[in-house]
Each structure stands twice: as structure tokens, then as C-alpha cells.
Design a protein around this ligand. Structure first.
Ligand code: GLU
Length: 283
């Protein structure tokens, strides 16, 4: 097997130590086997948060760290046709349904529930629009009301039957796509979103090993289901531990992350940056 890994940051900020760790894990795995390839994918579909300067910032930081990618970087914004095609297929097969709920409506439903099932990202969508009678759904669609598209996870999982994925740290795990509820595959504002794009692109880039932080483990259960629905190959996974700060807390994406650029300006060498990561004992 030719090992192909990828680092897939969003150009919504500068890279920090957590990114350096993720990139290093993907890069080392590719470099461990002859012919292995390390790819770079800019996950830039969340347009309102993307800034042009960050693409260059990411590439500059990776080069400075010595983590050179082997093929031209892929931008997700160049791939919308592929995502739309995947979404159309799921729509035709009725594996997704339109969701017209506003954030406020969903919050009101949660408030009215005795205990809404929780995930690390918040409570699970209560399934309001899944239960819409077909004529109401049709009328709303025909009226042009903006809608998101949600995966009908239980229905889809019942159609594919049991699925599993293999992780180099955790072994083989039975997929439980219901873990995150009916996730959004296409948003009202930007259209096809993370879960759909990542699955379509990992197949397109022939990624053999998906390496990512263990915070994304719940998403992998959903991705495995999407791969089955779209008849895409299932990669091997490596969910690595997250970088912790000096208080043992996860390096938050927004709270004062230690950017690679700042460390470089402070005079650290790439080796010293990696030494900080190695303290975590992961790479
Ligand atoms: N773009 C995602 C992130 O920065 C990673 C995507 C993935 O590994 O699936 O967290």
C-alpha cells in the first residue's frame, strides 16, 4: 500500500503548536514508508472566516518546520462541484433531509426538553425537520425558504448495516453514526460543509491514513457512514492525543494559541518547537 497522508488546516488563523503536532504526525507517517506522500489541503469552505494571508502563513510555517508537502496544495473552494454532486446523490436517495430550523428555534426546543443528549460540541439536534410531513417539506422547499441539509443518521445506518473503522492506536471500532445525531452536511450560508467535504476529499486525494486529533473521533463515526453511502474507500485512521498547555488543558483554537510564527520570532529553532511537541510523547 502506498501511504498517503494529509494535513488539513483551515486558513482562518496562523498555525499553532497543536497544528505543528498534527502536521508532524501526518508527515512522519508518510515518511516512514518508501514512496509515502504527505499532502496539504486548505479547508477553506467557511469563507466568512477565511483570510487570504493565512494560506501563505500556513505554507510558510510548514516550510520553516521542514514539513514539505509532495503535491500542489488542494483548496476546498475549488472542489464545490464534487461536494454538490455528493450532496445531490444523498438527496436523491433520501439519506438527507432539509432543515429549516433557525438557531433560535433549535435552542428553544432544547430548553423545552428535560435533558437534551449532549456531545462535546453541544446538544444533539432534536430532529424537528426530520419529522416534517412530506407535503410541508415540499411546500417549504418550493417557497425557497433557506435550508440546511442534515444526514438522517439512523435511517442511513439502518440501510448500510454495521460498519467499523480501524485506528492505529485504538484498533477496530464499531461505527456509531448516531453519536452526533443528524449532523449538518450542507449549511444554509455556505452550502456543503466539513463532514461531507472531508470525506469526499480524502477519497479524491487517495488518502490511505487519515491522521487527526482525537477530538475528532466522534466525527469519524459519521465519516465512516458517509463513505459507505457514497461508496468511497475507508481509510485507516490515527487519532492522536491533543497538545496540552502548561496547565494540562487542551490548546484552545482561539485562546491565545502559541503560534509558530510567534515562536519563530522569539528566536526558537524548528528543533526547539518540535521538542515542545515531543514532550507530549506522541511523535
Ligand atoms: N480542518 C480540520 C481542523 O483543522 C481537520 C480536518 C480533519 O482532519 O478531518 O480541525
Amino acid at each position: 500500500m502506498i501511504v498517503r497522508t494529509r494535513f488539513a488546516p483551515s486558513p482562518t488563523g496562523r498555525l499553532h503548536l497543536g497544528h505543528a503536532l498534527a502536521a508532524r504526525v501526518a508527515h512522519s507517517l508518510a515518511r516512514q514508508t518508501p514512496g509515502g506522500k504527505f499532502l496539504l489541503r486548505h479547508e477553506d469552505i467557511d469563507a466568512p472566516r477565511v483570510r487570504e494571508a493565512y494560506y501563505q502563513g500556513i505554507e510558510e510555517d510548514l516550510e520553516w518546520l521542514g514539513l514539505r508537502w509532495d503535491e500542489p496544495p488542494l483548496r476546498q473552494t475549488s472542489r464545490s462541484a464534487a461536494y454538490e454532486a455528493a450532496l445531490a446523490r444523498l438527496r436523491e436517495n433520501r439519506r438527507v433531509y432539509p432543515c429549516f430550523c433557525t438557531r433560535r428555534e433549535i435552542q428553544a426546543e432544547w430548553a423545552a426538553m428535560a435533558a437534551a443528549p449532549q456531545t462535546a460540541e453541544g446538544p444533539i439536534y432534536p430532529g424537528t425537520c426530520r419529522k416534517l410531513p412530506p407535503h410541508e417539506q415540499q411546500a417549504k422547499l418550493a417557497s425557497g425558504l433557506p435550508c440546511a441539509w442534515r444526514l438522517d443518521s439512523r435511517l442511513a445506518a439502518s440501510l448500510t448495516g454495521p460498519l467499523s473503522f480501524h485506528d492505529l492506536r485504538f484498533g477496530t471500532t464499531a461505527a456509531n453514526p448516531d453519536l452526533l445525531g443528524d449532523v449538518v452536511l450542507a449549511r444554509k450560508d455556505i452550502g456543503p460543509a466539513y463532514h461531507l467535504a472531508v470525506v469526499v476529499d480524502d477519497a479524491f486525494q487517495q488518502i490511505s491514513h487519515v491522521t487527526r486529533g482525537e477530538d475528532l473521533l466522534p466525527s469519524t463515526h459519521v465519516h465512516r457512514l458517509l463513505q459507505a453511502l457514497l461508496e468511497l474507500p475507508a481509510p485507516i485512521y490515527l487519532h492522536h492525543p491533543l497538545m496540552l498547555d502548561e496547565h494540562g488543558k487542551r490548546l484552545a483554537k482561539r485562546s491565545d494559541p502559541l503560534s509558530i510564527a510567534a515562536l519563530r520570532e522569539a528566536g526558537l529553532t524548528p528543533e526547539e518547537v518540535f521538542a515542545r511537541i515531543e514532550l507530549t510523547g506522541i511523535t
